[in-house]
Design a protein around this ligand. Structure first.
Ligand SMILES: NC(=O)c1ccc[n+]([C@@H]2O[C@H](COP(=O)([O-])OP(=O)(O)OC[C@H]3O[C@@H](n4cnc5c(N)ncnc54)[C@H](O)[C@@H]3O)[C@@H](O)[C@H]2O)c1
Length: 284
C-alpha cells in the first residue's frame, strides 16, 4: 500500500519555508551567512550556532537587517552539552526545529595553527591539526545530528543538510598547488588530507543517517560545493579554473538555491543524496 504524502502540488508552496526554524552551524562564516540568508529569504527563522565574537554580531545584524529575524548561540560544536543547551533554548522559544545545516568546519580561516602547520605536506603533517580537523569536521557534524535529530524525529519531520565538498568526492588535484614547467610559481597552500578525508566521511555519515531515519520523516542529504572565489591569487584561480569544465570558481551566492531546495519540501523524496555543485569539476 502506497502511504499518503502531504506535499503541495505547487512548486512555490513546496519551496516556501514560512514558519520553519533553521539551525545553521558555522552560520557566521563566509558561506554560513549565505545559507542563513537563503533560508530566511524563503521564510525560515535562522538560528546561527557558531563560536561567537564580532563575526556573530555582524552575521546576526546582516541577516536581521534583510529578513527581520535571526538568532545566534555562541558554542563549540564539538561540545555536546553546549549543543544540547542551545538546542533546548531554540525549542523553548520556537517549539520546533525543522532544518539543520551543518556548515561549521575547520578551515584555513578558523584553524588556530599557523599556515605552515595547517598546510604541511602530508609526510610532515601535524597530528594536532589532523585531530582538530576530525573533531570539528566529522565529530562535530555527528554531534549536531545526534542532538538536533531527536527534535525532528519527535516531530516526524525535518531536513538535515551536511556540507561536504568536491574534494570529499574526488582527490584534490595536487598539481594546482605546485610549480610547473610553464613558469607557474606554485602556492604556499593546498588541500590538507584531513579536510578531504573528513568531507568524504561527512558524505557517508549522511547516507548512514538518511537510511536510519528514512521512515521517520527526517531526511539527511549532503551538499558538496566546489571552491568559492574569495580574493584568491589570480595565478591560482587560473590553475584551479582549468580543472573545472565551466572554467571558473563559484560566486559567493551561487549555492543559496541548492540549500533552499534541500531544506524544503521541493526535495521531499530525496534523502541520502550528495548534491554536488562544482561547475562540472568532478566529471573530469
Ligand atoms: N568556501 C568554500 O569554497 C567551500 C568549498 C567547499 C566546501 N566548503 C565548506 O563549507 C562550509 C563553510 O565554509 P566557509 O567557507 O563558510 O568557511 P569559514 O571558515 O568562513 O566558516 C566556517 C565557520 O565555522 C565556524 N566554526 C569552526 N569551528 C567551529 C566549532 N568548533 N564550533 C562552532 N563553529 C565553528 C567558524 O567560526 C566559521 O564561522 C565548511 O564546512 C567548508 O568546509 C567551503
Amino acid at each position: 500500500m502506497q502511504p499518503e504524502t502531504s506535499v503541495s502540488p505547487s512548486v512555490k508552496t513546496q519551496l516556501d519555508l514560512s514558519g520553519r526554524v533553521a539551525v545553521i552551524t558555522g552560520g557566521c562564516g563566509f558561506l554560513g551567512v549565505q545559507f542563513a540568508e537563503a533560508l530566511a529569504e524563503m521564510g525560515a527563522f535562522p538560528v546561527l550556532f557558531d563560536v561567537g565574537g564580532d563575526a556573530m554580531d555582524k552575521a546576526v545584524a546582516q541577516v536581521s537587517a534583510q529578513f527581520g529575524q535571526c538568532d545566534a548561540h555562541a558554542l563549540d560544536i564539538t561540545d555536546k552539552a553546549a549543543l544540547q543547551a542551545a538546542t533546548d533554548a531554540v525549542v523553548a522559544k520556537h517549539g520546533h526545529i525543522d532544518i539543520l545545516v551543518n556548515a561549521a568546519g575547520l578551515t584555513r580561516y578558523t584553524c588556530s595553527a599557523p599556515p605552515d602547520r595547517f598546510f604541511a605536506a602530508f609526510e610532515n603533517s601535524d597530528a594536532e591539526v589532523w585531530e582538530a580537523g576530525l573533531k570539528v569536521n566529522l565529530t562535530g557534524v555527528a554531534l549536531a545530528c545526534q542532538v538536533i535529530a531527536p527534535v525532528m524525529l519527535r516531530q516526524g519531520k525535518g531536513s538535515i543538510i551536511n556540507i561536504g565538498s568536491d574534494v570529499g568526492v574526488i582527490s584534490p588535484d595536487h598539481r594546482i598547488y605546485e610549480p610547473d614547467e610553464y613558469g607557474y610559481p606554485g602556492q604556499e597552500f593546498n588541500t590538507p588530507a584531513f579536510y578531504a578525508v573528513t568531507k568524504a566521511g561527512v558524505i557517508h555519515l549522511t547516507r548512514y543517517l538518511a537510511t536510519l531515519w528514512a521512515k521517520r520523516g527526517v531526511r539527511v542529504n549532503a551538499f558538496s560545493p566546489a571552491g568559492v572565489y574569495r580574493n584568491h591569487d589570480p595565478a591560482f584561480v587560473k590553475k584551479l579554473a582549468a580543472c573545472i569544465p565551466m572554467g571558473r570558481m563559484a560566486a559567493i551566492n551561487e549555492y543559496k538555491g541548492a540549500i533552499a531546495f534541500l531544506a524544503s519540501d521541493a526535495s521531499s523524496f530525496m534523502t541520502g543524496h550528495n548534491l554536488v555543485m562544482d561547475g562540472g569539476r568532478t566529471c573530469w
